[in-house]
Design a protein around this ligand. Structure first.
Ligand code: NAP
Length: 303
């Protein structure tokens, strides 16, 4: 599959930006890729790694030829990035982003760049690693990319962006931005908050030493630590920008947790077993959908 875009500029060359660049080079070799990152070190590293045709020292200069511009910076830095590219943009450039929360970012982009077509997107793919070296071309393969246009947005631009993501290997779905934020609050933001909490709590327990927590982590804790190792700046910004949906979901979670707490206290094994049976089925559905590895222990290799 090829894309109708001829030249993409990627602003922010970390895990996601560098993965897009690598994917374009591999799957859309006719397209030109220009990059920019606010960090001197990330620009230098990106030049060494060579996944862009050109890495510029200035954001506006990076976008002058681009018919597609993708902002791949932390959600809290999107406004700065949009302002910085504004003077260099072609009139017909389509602007997109990959932010993990959509409604507030989309509103901001439309107000900073009122004369451009803005089609926000969120590839639901990632790892706990950050930076230019962390990216890889196949990151988006068989993963969903959610595009969140407004009703009445340029349908041709939406279609071109969808084709671009499909060429990177993603499956594309369109969704209202607020609904996206609610869905992701449940499937991504709350799980991260729980992981950040449990790993922090375990490290502060007085009766259990930190070395014991690490030594016996295979009991389940280890899987939370992978999520809790995710980028602190990125996740700070996601919680600040998807506040309402996260707080609503957290309220519901607290109620369910209290219900399970009561079941344990009252010795209500039936309730616990019914709950755990239902959740096990959800895990099976995720594997059936091809969204995770069916191998035992998440496919970790055994010695
Ligand atoms: P990352 O690896 O930390 O890379 C972000 C890069 O953007 C950093 O090099 C950062 O430099 C740079 N940057 C910050 N402000 C900038 C600006 N104004 N102009 C240009 N560059 C700037 O982050 P990432 O994981 O790729 O995430 C990027 C975006 O993708 C975020 O919005 C995130 O919500 C979204 N996303 C992430 C994942 C994931 O799993 N990681 C998945 C889907 C979507 P400094 O380090 O110097 O600030």
């Amino acid at each position: 599959m090829s894309s109708e875009f001829k030249s993409v500029a990627i602003i922010g060359l970390g895990l996601i930006g560098s993965s897009i660049a690598r994917g374009v080079r591999e799957y859309m070799p006719d397209m030109r890729v220009t990059g920019f990152d606010a960090s001197d070190a990330a620009r230098a590293e990106s030049r060494d790694l060579g996944f862009c045709h050109n890495v510029m020292d200035d954001a506006a200069a990076a976008v002058t030829d681009a018919d597609l511009v993708i902002l791949a910076v932390p959600v809290g830095r999107m406004a700065d990035a949009a302002r910085a590219i504004a003077p260099g943009l072609r009139n017909d450039a389509i602007i997109s982003d990959v932010g993990s929360s959509k409604a507030s970012v989309a509103d901001m982009l439309r107000s900073v760049l009122p004369n451009h077509v803005i089609i926000p997107a969120h590839p639901v793919a990632g790892t706990e690693n950050s930076g230019p070296a962390a990216g890889f071309a196949s990151l988006f393969e068989q993963r969903w990319c959610i595009i969140t246009p407004r009703g009445g947005d340029n349908a041709e631009a939406v279609q071109k962006l969808a084709t671009f993501w499909q060429a990177l290997g993603a499956k594309v779905e369109e969704m209202d931005a607020r609904h996206h934020d609610l869905v992701l609050a449940v499937t991504s933001h709350l799980p991260h908050l729980i992981a950040y909490t449990i790993v922090g709590t375990a490290s502060e327990l007085e009766e259990v030493t930190e070395s014991e927590v690490i030594k016996y982590s295979a009991g389940g804790f280890r899987d939370f630590t992978r999520i809790a190792a995710s980028d602190p700046v990125m996740w700070r910004d996601i919680f600040l920008n998807n506040k309402d949906a996260v707080l609503g979901t957290l309220q519901r979670f607290n109620e369910d947790l209290t219900g399970l707490q009561q079941a344990i206290r009252k010795g209500d094994g039936e309730k616990l077993e019914a709950w755990f049976t239902r959740t096990r089925k959800i895990r099976r559905s995720i594997i059936d959908e091809g969204q995770d590895d069916p191998a035992p222990n998440f496919g970790r290799r055994h010695s």
